[in-house]
Design a protein around this ligand. Sequence first.
Ligand code: CA
Length: 223
Amino acid sequence: MRILIVEDEPNLSAQLKSRLGDEGYIVDVAADGEEGLYYGREYDYDAAVVDLGLPKLDGIELIGELRRGNRAFPVLVLTARGHWQDKVEGLEAGADDYLTKPFQTEELLARLNALMRRAAGYASPVIEHGGLKLDTAKKEVRVEGSLVELTAYEYKVLEYLMLNPSRVVSKTELTDHLYEQDFDRDSNVIEVFVGRLRKKLTPVNPIRTIRGQGYRFYLEAAG
Ligand code: CA
C-alpha cells in the first residue's frame, strides 16, 4: 500500500514515515501543498494523510484540487485542536476522516486501515472468502481455520489483491504500490512471490493469472 503524507512539520512527517514504513507501507512525503498536489496527481495512492495548515497551498485547496482531478483515494486530514470548522471544511472538500493534533500514531494507523478497507467495499476488518480469511488489523491469514505463515511481502501482495477484488492488477501496479521507487522493475520477483503465495494458500486458490495483464483476486463463494 502506498501512502502520501502532506505535512510541513518535518519531525511529525519523519515520525509518520518511519512508523508507517515499519508497518509495511510505502510512504511519500510532501512538505507543502503544491508538492502534495504534484505527488497526488502524478502517482496513484492507496490513501493520503493531509495536514490542513500547509504552506503554498492549504490542505482544503489541495483536497479540492485532487477531487476535481478525479483522484478518489481516501484522505485523512490532520487538524489543529479547537478548530472544529476545519474538520467540517475538510470533509466538505472531499476528505474522508480527520484526526486532531496531537494524536497517537496507533489511532492514525487504525483509521487509515479502516479507510482503505472501506474504499475497497469491506465493512469488517476481517475479509473472508470461501475458506480464506485475511485479518487486516492483525495482518494475519488463515486458510480453513489454520494460520498461514507469510513473509511481509507475500502478505502485502495478497492484501493488495484482496483490497482490489473487482479488477485485474498488473505487475507494474503491484510494484508501484508495494515497493520503494528504486526497486528493480525488470526482476520477476512478483511472479516468485505469487508462486510462493499460491503454494502456501493451498487448497484455496485465490489468485488468477490473467495472461498478459496481471493478476486478479478470485474465489468461489463458500458452500
Ligand atoms: Ca501545518
